[in-house]
Structure formats: structure tokens, C-alpha cells
Design a protein around this ligand. Structure first.
Ligand code: CP
Ligand code: NVA
Length: 316
């Protein structure tokens, strides 16, 4: 006699018509996006007393090739709180770090675990992993995108502003990195105005803008971008993997800082947001950071709730 545990990887998934992945906000339907945002609110309200545990009996791997505080903690806690077991794997501790191909690692994991949360460099690596593992796969940040961050940010804005309708979100800094790119797809999908204030070299590619559509304004004019904005948002000037460009980036981006004079140009009561980690005196000054710490750390907390909603969606 053979005992099947709930959610046995291979068998369980063979019966699923369609394995769900969150690789990019671009690929989420508007309906799924809204459902995840609604579930995130419920996850927050009912933390510690959830009615169902959608990951019961499951093991989820967190495969990380880059450092992380928020994403790792929120996923480890989130998987546990939904009844699953998180397994943290630094890529340098597994054979992937010694060159074992992603598609081989994926096929091994697909036979043993139920879902994967993958932080790495190339977006194509996460896509390949999902394709070969055939288990729900979540992008926990690549060089190109950071969808989980933006879901938590949207949850935070909705908590504080109730609606995204008519909103102007201004991103300041490296407008070509993962966080603004995921903002572009979210803005296009949800229909709010996104302004990206960045030097030409750090603006998103034409290809991304064309693919996304929507109302996205890219400009070098920081002040114009900040005027009457509802949200001012920034991210580090030197993303993980770009350390060799540090000097050039600090020089090119030095005026693209959120500070008191910039906040004054925005709407009264503007939300100042940061995905963290923050480098005070670089992309944001200390005074502005501390004045808006409640919003910024609510974003960090909402990583947990929004990602629990993603996990629930991924196995539904
Ligand atoms: N914002 C974010 O993803 O933080 P970590 O790099 O600490 O996970
Ligand atoms: N753009 C940053 C985000 C960190 C959460 C990076 O990739 O390092």
C-alpha cells in the first residue's frame, strides 16, 4: 500500500492543469492581481488565525543567489504560517554554485519539493527554473524584476489611500533596475500614472516601455516629476550585482535624491516610500527617511502579507 501525503510533489502536480508562477507582474492577469491584493489584506487581518493552511504538508525551497533580509524572512515566516516548511538554500551551498545547470537543479527539485522562491541575477534563469521544475515558482528578485516588492507596495498604498485611481507615483533614482521595471508593469496594468525621474542612462529601455504600455513618463527633470505626486518612491543607486559601477553610479545619480525640498513639491501628505535597504545621504536623506519611517516599514511588513497571498494563489 502506498501512502500519499497531501501535496506529494510529482503526483500532486500531474493533476494540476496549469502550474502557476509569479515571475513578473506583466504576466499576472488584472483579476489575479486584484485577488492577490485583496487576499493580502485578509492575510494581514487574520494573521495567527487563518481558516485554511494552503501549504499544509508542503516543502518550499528558497533558492537565493543574492543577499536578502526582508524577502528571505517574510517568505520563511509566510510559508510556515500557511502550514508549509521553508527550506533555505544559498546557491553557493548547492551544486548550482559550482556550475550545475539551472535546468538540472530544477528537475531535481521538481521531484521533491512543492514550490520554489528564487532570487538570482538573470530573469531568464527564473523562467528556465519554472519551466523545468514544473512546480509553482516565485521570482524573489532578479536583475530585471522584483514583483513581490511591488505587490507589498501596492498593498501599502491601498491601506493609506484606499484607491489607486488618479494616483501619480514618482520613482526617483535608477529607473532601469528591477524595482521600477516592476512598477512599470503594475502601473500599466492598474492604470495609474508612473513618472520615472532618472538620468538618461538610467531610464528604462524603450522595449520595456513599449511592452508595458500605460501612462509612463520618463524624464531627467526631477522637479517636474515630483510636482503634485501622491507617492515619491526610491531604491538604492547601486543594485546587487552592480557594485563594480559604484563610482560612476554615485556620480550620475547624485542629484536624484528624495529630500525635504523635493517632498515640498509633491502633494501635501505625499507618501514617501523605499523598498529597503536604504542608504541615507544617497537616494534619500536621513531626515526624510525618518519622517516617513512608518510608511517605509509598513511596506517591509506587507511583504509578509502580500507574499502569503501570492503563495495561496500559486497553489489554488
Ligand atoms: N526589499 C527587499 O527585497 O529587501 P531584501 O533585499 O532585504 O530582501
Ligand atoms: N534594486 C535593488 C533592490 C533591493 C531590494 C537591488 O537589486 O539590489
Amino acid at each position: 500500500m502506498r501512502f500519499l501525503t497531501h501535496g506529494e510533489p510529482g503526483k500532486h502536480l500531474d493533476h494540476q492543469r496549469h502550474v502557476k508562477h509569479l515571475l513578473s507582474i506583466e504576466q499576472l492577469t488584472l483579476r489575479d492581481l486584484n485577488q492577490i491584493l485583496a487576499d493580502a489584506v485578509t492575510m494581514k487581518r487574520t494573521r495567527g488565525r487563518h481558516r485554511s493552511l494552503p501549504l499544509a504538508g508542503q516543502t518550499w525551497a528558497l533558492i537565493f543567489a543574492k543577499a536578502s533580509t526582508r524577502t528571505r524572512i517574510s517568505f520563511e515566516v509566510g510559508v510556515s504560517e500557511l502550514g508549509g516548511r521553508p527550506m533555505f538554500l544559498n546557491t553557493m551551498d548547492i551544486q548550482m554554485g559550482r556550475g550545475e545547470p539551472i535546468k538540472d537543479t530544477a528537475r531535481v527539485m521538481g521531484r521533491m519539493i512543492h514550490g520554489a522562491i528564487f532570487r538570482t541575477f538573470a530573469q531568464t534563469d527564473v523562467e528556465d527554473f519554472a519551466r523545468f521544475a514544473k512546480i509553482p515558482t516565485i521570482n524573489a528578485l532578479t536583475d530585471q524584476e522584483h514583483p513581490c516588492q511591488i505587490l507589498a507596495d501596492l498593498q501599502t498604498i491601498l491601506e493609506k489611500r484606499k484607491s489607486l485611481r488618479g494616483l501619480v507615483v514618482t520613482f526617483v533614482g535608477d529607473g532601469a533596475c528591477n524595482v521600477p521595471v516592476s512598477w512599470i508593469f503594475a502601473a500599466a496594468k492598474l492604470g495609474f500614472e508612473l513618472r520615472i525621474a532618472a538620468p538618461k542612462k538610467f531610464q528604462p529601455s524603450r522595449a520595456i516601455l513599449k511592452r508595458a504600455g500605460g501612462n509612463i513618463v520618463c524624464t531627467e527633470d526631477l522637479k517636474a516629476a515630483a510636482r503634485q505626486a501622491d507617492v515619491l518612491y526610491t531604491d538604492v543607486w547601486v543594485s546587487m550585482g552592480k557594485e563594480s559601477e559604484t563610482a560612476a553610479r554615485l556620480k550620475a545619480l547624485k542629484h536624484y535624491q528624495i529630500n525635504r525640498p523635493l517632498v515640498k513639491l509633491a502633494k501635501p501628505g505625499v507618501l514617501v516610500m523605499h523598498c529597503l535597504p536604504a542608504y541615507r545621504g544617497k537616494e534619500i536623506d536621513n531626515e526624510t527617511f525618518e519622517a516617513h519611517a512608518d510608511t517605509i516599514f509598513t511596506q517591509a511588513e506587507n511583504r509578509l502579507h502580500a507574499q502569503k497571498a501570492v503563495l495561496k494563489w500559486a497553489v489554488s
